[in-house]
Write a protein that binds this ligand. Sequence first.
Ligand code: FAD
Length: 372
Amino acid sequence: MDVTVLGGGLMGTASAYFLARRGARVTLIERNRIGSGATVASFGNIRRTGRHLSQLPLAHRSLGLWGEAEKMLGRDVEFRATGHVRLIFDEASLADMRAYAEAARPCGLELEELGAREIRSRFPGLGPNAIAASFSPQDGSGNPRLIAPAFAEAARRLGAEIIDDAEVQTIGHTGSGFVVASSKGTFAAECLLNTAGAWGARIAAQFGEAVPLDARGPQMGVTEPLPYRILPVVGIWTRDKDHGAYLRQVERGNIVFGGAAERAEVDLEPGHAAADPARLPTQLRAVARLLPAIAQATVIRTWSGCEGYVRDMLPVMGRSATTSGLFHAFGFSGHGFQLGPGVGDAMAELITTGRCETPLDDFRIDRFSGAA
Ligand SMILES: Cc1cc2nc3c(=O)[nH]c(=O)nc-3n(C[C@H](O)[C@H](O)[C@H](O)COP(=O)(O)OP(=O)(O)OC[C@H]3O[C@@H](n4cnc5c(N)ncnc54)[C@H](O)[C@@H]3O)c2cc1C
């Protein structure tokens, strides 16, 4: 079986790897550099807590693969299962967390509930005014700069052709498959996988499939390196988006943070999402509730990335509803980093066997038909 993969972010490279592992002949075409879209901009959170319940089977599959990533890909992609703590500052949010934990338990996610004293003893310096927290010990983080190139290299070693810096000119559909004409040649294959991230809806539209997707840029920042003290990824349960920050400290000592600020609109051409210094104070105020010591640290860089947000905040994954041999995996709505390896594995299973053991029904592309 031949498969052309369009888009070399985490979803495209992971799919190329797992497809090649299953024996498919794969050509991946990326118009920029591998991993340079939303993937490289990611905060790096490998979090299951708070995910839509229908995503949990895929998230569990993916977490297992993150755990094997170093062995599987032959390099350390800095996956660290440090745990994920989400602080709670008010009773309404505590009720939300308990309701979620109860609903998520049958889906295989066990959250520990911590009281105020336990937070202070286990995580000194975090959330002095927090009344409770959830803790998910197996979750953690990974390095967004490393993961897509690592999948691409591993796919290449299995025989996949990885072509970057290639402008796709036309995508044709013939009776027997797809012909993609690009600035680096023309590629024909039986199957086409659309993993073009925020640009994925454009490709789907060429096949008569409309997806309500907005391109937006969440904003991140990072401090100077400080002594390494904060192990888990830190977030918050809150109904107030001005408080919705998160942070983690990397082993080199820098504290990476995000959330709280509005996501900026991004023009898909050229697709560059710029950080806005005016958003930083709101963000830092929210981060300071989680970690007051941030007030003493210098922020050395801010950035953003172009991500596709689907109207219902769920990705599009699975077969095309209009075109045989076409598959989609795009629109990960700000939370695709954790899912990436699982998405690649699930798409490879679906494409090569015609079925997928992980339920993908809620992510069908035709869920929007008739509801424009
Ligand atoms: C700032 C930020 C922080 C985030 N933090 C987290 C987090 O902590 N945890 C989490 O789970 N998720 C997070 N996410 C979301 C996560 O990073 C994305 O969901 C995920 O990386 C999407 O991967 P992708 O491969 O679908 O898209 P991308 O990485 O954007 O890759 C798509 C690729 O397709 C290419 N392309 C587009 N059109 C074409 C074409 N016609 N032909 C060829 N190539 C094309 C693009 O150049 C791009 O490289 C964050 C996102 C951002 C922006």
